[in-house]
Design a protein. Structure first.
Length: 156
């Protein structure tokens, strides 16, 4: 008897590729999200250092211009942090979309996997039936040969 061959193997291969591509996109969006979070944390650290520098300026006698530069740097960092927070929100949306696409691709592949398992089980059942039929035919043939040899059968 021939070996098992799934009729939808090409479709299964396509679905596997779609899952791999969706996984790659998901990983990329997660990496982008982590980069945005790191960028925001870096900006927060810069903001804290600038605030400390500004406080230290009050301990010394400095001109208004130096104090103003630090103040502008702090304001700029606050704006950059706001922009980074918006970028994080966008990146989270992209991650959620990529996750949904990945899960959908996995589900579509799972459907084909289940069909393949059912077809494989059906094939195994057919093989067992075929083998049993072959054995039954062999037993019937042996039984009729015994009857023939012992003189119980045949033409009179």
């Amino acid at each position: 008897m021939k070996r098992f061959q799934f009729k939808l193997e090409a479709l299964l291969t396509i679905r596997e590729r779609q899952v791999q591509e969706a996984m790659r996109i998901l990983a990329e969006t997660q990496r982008n999200l982590m980069n945005e979070v790191d960028r925001k944390n870096s900006l927060k650290n810069d903001l804290e250092r600038a605030a400390i520098r500004r406080e230290k300026l009050s301990e010394k006698i400095v001109g208004v211009q130096e104090y103003r530069i630090e103040d502008l740097l702090i304001q700029g960092n606050r704006k950059r942090i706001e922009f980074a927070e918006r970028a994080i929100i966008r990146a989270k949306k992209w991650v959620n979309q990529a996750m949904a696409q990945y899960l959908a691709a996995r589900q579509r592949k799972s459907v084909i996997d289940k069909l393949k398992e059912k077809a494989k089980d059906q094939f195994k059942t057919e093989v067992r039936k075929y083998e049993q039929k072959q054995l039954d035919d062999l037993y019937v043939m042996r039984s009729s040969q015994r009857h023939w040899v012992l003189g119980e059968g045949g033409v009179e």
